[in-house]
Design a protein around this ligand. Structure first.
Ligand SMILES: Nc1ncnc2c1ncn2[C@@H]1O[C@H](COP(=O)(O)OP(=O)(O)OP(=O)(O)O)[C@@H](O)[C@H]1O
Length: 225
């Protein structure tokens, strides 16, 4: 294995280029996709919907727009999300990660499963009155399964809320791993109360600036969600 791939602290963009070169990350040519339609905007840049022509699959392309307005931290978060997704996206309650592509402007895009019902927040706003208790309990149980899988793989999400859970064919999928960390990295990370959605963050983060989020912090956010 290439030493740059082993060194998780190497410069993020070089890490990605090496990972593609060494085939540790699946690279898909951009012309394999139909023309993209913009469906959202997030911390890294725009999100698009398109068809992966060869396998007739609808996918979401999450674009890392590298320009003068983007800082090194955002690139790091994008690479971090990609690294963690590689290891847990096989779970049915985590969004599937298919690889990366480079668009016509030279920006890297993550190729993700497309969630046909959007975010959990939007889904509940539209369907809340129609949903039975058993449907709501099913959603909660499936999110718990996804979270348990992350924790079993020593990953703390750190930004779990209803906009970071997508619904695809009525099944919840945890997404947006930009703030997520491996357990062994937490000691090197600030508690990041400044990041994430305040209403969902464990209150201790605001009281003690040295407090490090752990699995229990995700369980708090899950309860709030
Ligand atoms: N896989 C997907 N399938 C369908 N829609 C998606 C998918 N990923 C993202 N979206 C849509 O794009 C929007 C932006 O997503 P993204 O994950 O980039 O950002 P965010 O969670 O809103 O913000 P941030 O990255 O700052 O936390 C989402 O709110 C959602 O509506």
């Amino acid at each position: 294995m290439d030493s740059n791939i082993q060194n998780e602290n190497s410069v993020p963009k070089e890490w990605l280029e090496n990972a593609i070169f060494e085939r540790h990350i699946n690279y898909i040519e951009y012309d394999k996709f139909t023309d993209p339609i913009e469906i959202g905007i997030g911390g890294f840049g725009k999100v698009f919907k398109c068809e992966w022509k060869d396998i007739e699959l609808t996918v979401a392309l999450k674009c890392l727009k590298v320009d003068t307005s983007i800082d090194e931290k955002t690139i790091e978060d994008f690479i971090n999300e990609l690294k963690l997704l590689r290891s847990v996206s096989c779970h049915p309650n985590v969004i599937s990660f298919y690889g990366v592509t480079k668009d016509s402007n030279g920006y890297y895009d993550m190729v993700l499963q497309y969630a046909d019902d959007g975010t959990l927040r939007d889904y509940l706003m539209t369907n809340f009155t129609k949903l039975q208790w058993k449907d709501k309990l099913y959603i909660a149980k499936e999110i718990a399964f996804g979270l348990l899988f992350l924790h079993d793989n020593n990953i703390i999400h750190r930004d779990l809320h209803s906009n970071n859970i997508l619904i695809h064919q009525k099944q919840p999928k945890i997404t947006d791993f930009g703030l997520a960390r491996q357990m062994n990295e937490i000691s090197m990370t600030s508690n990041s109360a400044a990041h994430g959605m305040p209403a969902y963050i464990e209150p201790k983060c605001f009281i003690d600036p040295r407090y490090k989020r752990d699995k229990r912090s995700d369980v708090y956010s899950f309860g709030r969600t």
